[in-house]
Structure formats: structure tokens, C-alpha cells
Design a protein around this ligand. Structure first.
Ligand code: BGC
Ligand code: CA
Length: 346
């Protein structure tokens, strides 16, 4: 009788232990789940489609036995309304962190409100919200790059090329006739890249004459159209094309090809990004240079930050600017070092 009682007590005791362990295991499983909801302003954007691959790779690398990572990706296709709805849907589906590439960087209010209400932190990336919005909650972060630096580096590439080859000033008037192709108005990278590139040329004593500019919204086909119009007005007077990104520089090259210009009548073209097609054009000597927008570095910073926020571990090791911003540096790319960048791609 006593032995039976002891046996029953032992079984009950073991059952209790199993139950408690089970709960603990469930709890830690829940704690170590990163469910990332990502939404892009437009997934057909060349740079962002490549950044998306890097983000997935970085998140996959961080997954291990203790940390489960689930990723859901949405494309807002240029509509802020759609993106607001996507954020609601992703939070309802159980996402515990969001990576948001805003459609309209001045209009994140609805997204911030719903994220704050549900206590789901947001890492904004590539399209930087204005400072007042970033201050609205301490669960908001930004990962990107310093627009001014990219323009300065593009300007330096152009200075070096112009000083190295007197044939670039084709009409020998001592000035460089140039055209600018700009990204979306209102994007933090567009105006600042143009200003800092042009100022760098001026500060280095290059005399400039602006022949025209076109807003081409980061887009290759739009850049080709705008460039065809500008070439129509100025024929072979253009000596330099500064584009806010590689796709638009490539669109400008497309325009000259379409018009059958001979190589000796072409201007110098500079882009920014170092996308696969951009780097290929540098290798082929079609683009005189580009500025590498470090998508691998940005993706790694986002993944690391997300894990730190959710696990509560390692946040103090991350070096922020103004407590919530991470900016990765840009790098100059020419024919001389392009291989260093194409090799990291594989
Ligand atoms: C990139 C562009 C891209 C844009 C999208 C910029 O930083 O240089 O290529 O289209 O971001 O937001
Ligand atoms: Ca000239």
C-alpha cells in the first residue's frame, strides 16, 4: 500500500516536472521567434530588389536552433495607402518586427501609430522619415547611408576623371557642360546627391556649365526619355552626365545608343549604387564610375538590430547615431577596383 502510494507520488512528481519543462520550452520558443514583416515602396526598383536578396540572406544566416526566423515580404507598388494596409495585415499575422521602406517618407503617421499600439518595433530603411516622426516612439530605428557622402564621392570621381583627361572638355572652352538626372523629388538622396556632387566639382576648381536636368524617379526608362529630349536640345555639347543612381545613368547611355552616337561624341557618365548592371557597365567602360551603396552592410545591420531588439541581447553593442540611426559608408568604384565589388556579389 505504502509502496503503491510512493509510486503514484513519484509519477505525479515526474508529470509535474515534465509539464513545467514543457511550459518553459514553449516560453523560450516564443521568446526566440523573429517574425519579420518587410514592405517595399516598389519592388521593381533595381537597388531594392537586390537589397531584398541581401536582407533574406542575412536573416537566414542568423537563424539557429534557439532562434527561429520567419519572413513575410510585401510590395506597396508606389501606394502609401497600400503600405499602411500591409503593415496592419503583417501585425495581425503576428509579426513582431517590421522593416519598412516607406512609399512617402513624409507620411509614416498611420504606420507608426499602429506599430506603437501593438508594441511592434520598426526599422525604417533606405527612405528616411523626417526627424520629428522618428522621435514619436522609442521603438523606431533607421538604417541607411549618408546621402551627402555619396554625392561627394561621385563629385570626386568626376574631378579625377576630368583632371586626368583633357579630351573630356571636348569644345575646349575650359568649362564642363553637364546634365543631371535626378531621383524622386522629396527623396533624401536625390537633391543632396546632386548638390554635393556639383559642389565637390566646383570646390576642386572645375568650371561648370549646366545644360539641363531631368527628374527620372530612379528609373532607367524615364531617364532614357528625358535624356533623349536633352540631347535633342544640345546635341553633342554634353560632356558630363551625373545621375543620382546607376539605373538613370544607364538610361542616359541607352539614349545615346538609340541615337547612334559614336563613342568620341559621348559624355562621361557617373552613377551611384553599384548594382549588378551598374558594376557591369563600369567593367565594360560604359560608366566612368559609380559609388557603392553598401546593400550587404545595410542588410547585415538591419538583421543584427532586429535580433538585438527582439532577444534583448546585444543592443548596447550597436553603434547608433542619435540613438536610433545607423548609416553605412559608401565607396568609390572605377574600372581599377570594380573586381573587388563584383567578387563580393557571388
Ligand atoms: C538608391 C536608388 C533607389 C532609391 C529608392 C536610393 O538610395 O540609390 O537606386 O532607387 O534609393 O528609394
Ligand atoms: Ca566644355
Amino acid at each position: 500500500m505504502n509502496a503503491k502510494k510512493i509510486r503514484i507520488s513519484c509519477i505525479l512528481f515526474l508529470l509535474c516536472i515534465c509539464f513545467l519543462c514543457g511550459c518553459e520550452k514553449q516560453q523560450s520558443a516564443a521568446k526566440n521567434k523573429l517574425y519579420v514583416g518587410i514592405t517595399y515602396y516598389n519592388q521593381s526598383d533595381t537597388f531594392l530588389s537586390q537589397l531584398n536578396i541581401c536582407i533574406r540572406e542575412q536573416l537566414d544566416q542568423l537563424e539557429n536552433d534557439d532562434f527561429e526566423i520567419i519572413i513575410a515580404v510585401r510590395d506597396a507598388a508606389g501606394s502609401q495607402r497600400t503600405q499602411d494596409d500591409q503593415v496592419k495585415e503583417l501585425i495581425d499575422a503576428g509579426c513582431n518586427i517590421l522593416f519598412v521602406n516607406l512609399v512617402d517618407r513624409t507620411d509614416p503617421s498611420e504606420i507608426i501609430d499602429i506599430a506603437k499600439e501593438n508594441n511592434v518595433p520598426i526599422i525604417f530603411f533606405n527612405r528616411e522619415p523626417v526627424a520629428e516622426d522618428m522621435m514619436r516612439w522609442d521603438g523606431l530605428y533607421y538604417v541607411g547611408a549618408d546621402a551627402k557622402q555619396s554625392g561627394t564621392l561621385q563629385g570626386e570621381l568626376a574631378v579625377d576623371a576630368i583632371l586626368a583627361d583633357s579630351r573630356i572638355d571636348r569644345n575646349k572652352d575650359g568649362k564642363i557642360q553637364y546634365v543631371v538626372l535626378e531621383g524622386e523629388p522629396g527623396h533624401q538622396d536625390a537633391i543632396i546627391r546632386t548638390e554635393s556632387a556639383v559642389n565637390t566639382l566646383k570646390d576642386n576648381g572645375i568650371q561648370l556649365e549646366k545644360l539641363g536636368y531631368g527628374i527620372a524617379n530612379w528609373n532607367r526608362a524615364q531617364a532614357q526619355n528625358r535624356m533623349m529630349q536633352i540631347i535633342g536640345q544640345h546635341q553633342n555639347e554634353i560632356e558630363l552626365v551625373l545621375a543620382n543612381n546607376d539605373d538613370m545613368a544607364l538610361g542616359a547611355i541607352d539614349a545615346y545608343k538609340k541615337l547612334n552616337y559614336t563613342e568620341s561624341a559621348l559624355p562621361l557618365f557617373f552613377g551611384i549604387d553599384g548594382t549588378d548592371v551598374g558594376l557591369q557597365a563600369v567593367t565594360d567602360s560604359e560608366l566612368a564610375g559609380t559609388v557603392y551603396n553598401d546593400k550587404e552592410g545595410q542588410a547585415a545591420a538591419m538583421a543584427k538590430l532586429a535580433v538585438a531588439i527582439i532577444s534583448g541581447d546585444g543592443l548596447e553593442e550597436i553603434e547608433f547615431q542619435n540613438e536610433k540611426y545607423i548609416y553605412l559608408p559608401y565607396f568609390k568604384v572605377t574600372i581599377d577596383n570594380v573586381d573587388d565589388f563584383t567578387n563580393t556579389e557571388s
